[in-house]
Design a protein around this ligand. Structure first.
Ligand code: AMP
Ligand code: MG
Length: 429
């Protein structure tokens, strides 16, 4: 009889502590070196892109002191008396040249319209609602006159030269993520084209033998155990909202060779490979061994709920991020981890999610060791309501909710407690 060697008695190794989310995010962002290349795009087409140049203004905006009201430009000292009557000596509308403006004669007013330059000598504008236009008279002092009914403060209703933008100043900095207001500002200083970071090229695929595509299989024809691939839809959309060019490689079966083949294809010509599912500890989870076979796995498992099995690595020149398969885990880890990563690849200066304090209008008695992101909704009283099913498979929670409650590890929540709320409106753009 073959005596088998005695199995040494040993206690199983203690489970390694999960990496705290902040540390994991720092590590992840350290890998996200900004892509070096930039491209020139029309300012009209630059919404959502990240500026790759500092925009310095060659002019003052506004270019001249000008009126912010329709009314009369005056010397305030001439109108100290209530009901002062002034001769209307000139008329100026927006668009007239500020060069060669006639100085405002004492005891006179200039009819002026919004945006028109202030004539030299005038130091206030009285809005027309505070004036009465008087008929012209004949003889000396002929012509229109105006009665100023409310004594003006010096400087009132005058927009100062350069008060928006001073010539020579940097108006928008490299790393600014452009949006409607910043595009308008860039246009206000004459930029019709902008240098922006190039789009991030992302290869996307979902793993799972159970997955089928809506449209390919009708609900009544679904085999037992089959589910529709929902992650593919929101991940693609989220990537597109971040300006990525997405190569969608579809569904990859739960086999190591198939996973390796898909990752190999994905690593070619892409900055980032993003996968969903197959990154947990089950026997059908082939992502990690496949990444290790082709490259390096640098990070796996984070103290975040939902979303613990999140993974990061490299294959060739491509970054790899593996998201968990559970839809809410996938959705939340995209917003919390992938979004800042992609913004950083584009050189964005602000990548951190921003939370605001709000009172909880519910109780949460189950403290978790992990930092939790609960799906909540702001109510009319400014408080947060909680979706009643916080399971990582319940995607309805993310539709019902209008944001995430960022709950630190180990914390229970009593009704009325101030908590941190991250609105989806700040994450889904
Ligand atoms: P996994 O991370 O692969 O173990 O998957 C965890 C759970 O998420 C399982 O119940 C899967 O069926 C489900 N799942 C995985 N991928 C998807 C997907 N693309 N769409 C919807 N559910 C998914
Ligand atoms: Mg799976």
């Amino acid at each position: 009889m073959n005596a088998s060697p005695a199995t040494p008695v040993s206690t199983p190794p203690a489970r390694a502590a999960l990496k705290p989310l902040d540390a994991a995010l720092d590590e992840l962002l350290a890998y996200a070196t900004a892509l070096p290349d930039a491209e020139s795009v029309l300012t009209f087409d630059a919404d959502g892109r990240v500026l790759a140049q500092d925009l310095t203004s060659s002019l003052n905006v506004p270019a001249h002191d000008n009126s912010s009201m329709d009314g009369y430009a005056v010397r305030a000292a001439d109108c100290a008396d209530a009901a002062a009557v002034l001769q209307v000596s000139q008329r100026m509308a927006a668009g007239i040249s500020a060069n060669g403006l006639l100085p405002l004669a004492p005891q006179s007013a200039a009819r002026i319209f919004t945006g028109a330059p202030i004539p030299p000598g005038a130091d206030a504008v009285v809005m027309q609602e505070d004036c009465v236009a008087l008929e012209g008279t004949t003889g000396e002092g002929a012509g229109p006159r105006v009665q100023v009914k409310v004594a003006p403060q010096p400087g009132q209703w005058i927009r100062r030269r350069g008060e928006d933008v001073a010539a020579g100043s940097v108006v928008l900095q490299r790393g600014e993520r452009l949006g409607p207001a910043s595009l308008g500002l860039a246009a206000s200083i004459g930029f019709d084209r902008l240098q922006v970071a190039r789009r991030v090229r992302v290869a996307l695929f979902s793993t799972g033998d159970e997955l089928v595509m809506p449209g390919e299989v009708l609900p009544q024809d679904m085999k037992p155990g089959a589910i529709y691939n929902s992650n593919r839809f929101f991940l693609r959309t989220l990537l597109q909202r971040l300006g990525c060019v997405v190569t969608d490689l579809g569904i990859v079966p739960d086999r190591l060779e198939a996973t390796i083949a898909a990752l190999k294809t994905a690593s070619d010509g892409h900055d980032l490979i993003l996968t969903s599912g197959g990154v947990s500890v089950g026997e059908e989870d082939h992502i990690k061994p496949a990444v290790r076979a082709l490259g390096e796995l640098n990070l796996w498992q984070i103290a975040i709920k939902p979303g613990k099995p999140f993974a990061y690595g490299h294959i060739g020149g491509a970054h790899f991020i593996g998201l968990p398969g559970n839809p809410v885990s996938s959705f939340v880890t995209f917003l919390v981890l992938v979004r800042p990563f992609i913004l950083k690849l584009q050189g964005a200066r602000e990548v951190a999610m921003k939370s605001i304090a709000a009172p909880a209008h519910f109780t949460w008695a189950r403290a978790d060791k992990r930092r939790e992101f609960l799906r909540v909704r702001q109510n009319a009283a400014g408080g947060l309501d909680l979706f009643d099913n916080q399971s990582s498979g319940v995607l309805t929670s993310a539709v019902w909710g209008d944001g995430l409650l960022d709950n630190p590890p180990g914390r229970t929540i009593a009704h009325g407690d101030m908590v941190q709320f991250v609105p989806f409106s700040s994450l889904l753009c």
